[in-house]
Design a protein. Structure first.
Length: 219
């Protein structure tokens, strides 16, 4: 994306525009001591966090707009058939109930929020005791969402801390790989399967995959 001119389909960016507008609206509710949309540079990479509140020892918030399918997956929602009686003909009558397991966030979100956490602690000298993702359900309130057990229009999910040492090594490696690729004008080695969503990110969400040796080499 840094070395090629490319085009995108405006229709594919509708939900991204929705997310941008959501961030802009949330900024109007900031109180004294709150921070939002600040871009920080820790010497390795830059990043702009969504919202920071000094309450509860310092809380970092990130806002994401997801489909009910993704939200249900992250929440660990599963459906079960429960016997509730019998019809007049004697056949059993069931209803579907939903249970929520442990929240399982994706790798990208966990790394992103921990990177922001470390940047705030290093650059702004502020504590971050909690990280919370507010997941806004894109199709919340629809039949499709409720059929998946997603009954709320938004969820607050705590994000766990990743080791600072691991984060530093990971971000530094990514930064060095990018700089080396730009200097040598060669595509860096492909990332791991969980980083590219099993190739789904490359296939559906990368506007420059036609120039990528790793992507086209697997075709």
């Amino acid at each position: 994306m840094l070395t090629h001119n490319y085009a995108i389909d405006p229709k594919s960016m509708m939900f991204a525009l929705l997310g941008t507008q959501t961030h802009a609206n949330l900024e109007h509710g900031m109180e004294e001591g709150d921070l939002g949309e600040q871009r920080l540079d820790d010497g390795v990479s830059t990043g702009a966090f969504d919202f920071y509140s000094p309450e509860n020892g310092g809380t970092l918030f990130d806002y994401k707009t997801y489909s009910s399918y993704v939200v249900g997956k992250y929440l660990g929602i599963k459906s079960h058939k429960v016997l509730v009686g019998h019809y007049k003909n004697g056949k059993p009558r069931y209803k579907t109930v939903y249970t929520q397991g442990n929240a399982r966030l994706d790798f990208d979100l966990a790394v992103q929020m921990n990177d922001y956490r470390m940047k705030i602690e290093k650059c702004l000298k502020l504590p971050v005791s909690h990280m919370v993702c507010e997941m806004i359900v894109r199709d919340g309130g629809t039949y499709m969402a409720t059929s998946r057990g997603v009954t709320e229009r938004a969820y607050l999910i705590e994000v766990g801390k990743i080791s600072d040492r691991w984060m530093e090594r990971y971000m530094k490696k990514k930064s060095e790989s990018l700089i080396k690729a730009l200097d040598s004008k060669t595509v860096p080695p492909p990332c791991k399967s969980h980083e590219c969503w099993g190739g789904n990110k490359c296939e559906k969400f990368c506007p420059v995959n036609k120039w990528c040796d790793a992507y086209n080499g697997g075709k």
